[in-house]
Design a protein around this ligand. Sequence first.
Ligand code: HEC
Ligand code: HEC
Length: 300
Amino acid sequence: MNDFVNQFWNWYVILLVLVSIIACGVLLWMQSVPPTGGKLDTTGHVWDETLEEYNNPLPKWWMWLFYITVIFSLVYCALYPTLGSYQGMLGWSSSGQLAKELTKAEEQSRPLYDKYMKMDLQALAADKEGNETGKRLYLTYCMQCHGADGRGSKGFPNLADNDWQWGGEPAVIVETISAGRMGMMPPHAQLGAETIKDLANYVRSLSGMPADSLRVSKGQEAFNSVGCSGCHGPDAKGVHAMGAPNLTDKIWLYGSSEATIIETITKGRTNQMPAWKEFLGEEKVHVLAAYVLSLGAGSK
Ligand code: HEC
Ligand code: HEC
């Protein structure tokens, strides 16, 4: 039963393809026969009382182009698997082609990655060729979030500065890229609008921005009593283990305006850096980590 169904569709496809191609040929042939009796045939359309449209066959060269395409299709059907389950005279198949090409590319880049893996990250970060490979990988996998120049944007950290949420030591960067990171700033709406405004003023004062001094001192007290310091550190300089950013510098993930800081504290922020080790493999992560190091190196 199953075989019968398969055979039916097989012949159905073969007939459909062949009949369509042959029908094209016949249609062309019919179109190229000149009108009977050598009499000038017209389409029957008349404009402006006497203006008539001739029904001449298409030019010969034009017809031949179409004939050639018909012949090409028939030859193609004979050579390649086009007709149902027929394999084609060349025996060509797309199955396994991708795998073959990937293996080939892999073999070509293998010596290069072997060499990179033997270099430590600092050395690789200073290596011109390694950086070029890193940049190509970066532009493929990381640019959409961190920007072409690595400078990030709102919510996506700048990788080209020397300020790190999770740490800038080579091993930490490898870990960040390999396993991903989840930055979690909890919402604090329960503190009430007044305390949150005090906290925002205190946070702004830390990086030398204008703030209300009364609110700053109240905010400083709250910072330590409500648990901000547990994550951002008592000096608010950030704690890498928590991914909690330094609040005393002029580098902002979300923005420095009072309104934005109030929003951050009230609603919290959750931010995810995807994990890459499984997808890219250890070697590519190694090269990318070196590239990220090289981005920050200029700003030391
Ligand atoms: C889908 C967006 C996205 C992509 C793609 C992405 N990242 Fe990230 N990345 C983030 C976010 C968001 C963070 C911040 C996470 C947090 O707040 O904890 C981050 C953080 C980082 C950090 C830590 C920065 C710090 O200050 O500690 C590094 C390093 C990093 N990414 C490198 C990369 C590399 C290399 C790639 C490419 C393989 C990449 N990222 C691709 C979104 C992305
Ligand atoms: C559980 C740990 C934790 C606590 C508690 C916490 N934070 Fe955060 N905070 C974070 C993390 C992590 C981030 C980064 C979020 C991200 O990656 O998107 C952050 C981000 C911020 C930002 C945004 C900084 C920027 O660059 O835009 C501000 C402002 C901030 N916190 C202030 C506070 C204040 C004020 C408190 C106390 C009410 C507080 N945080 C309590 C972990 C914490």
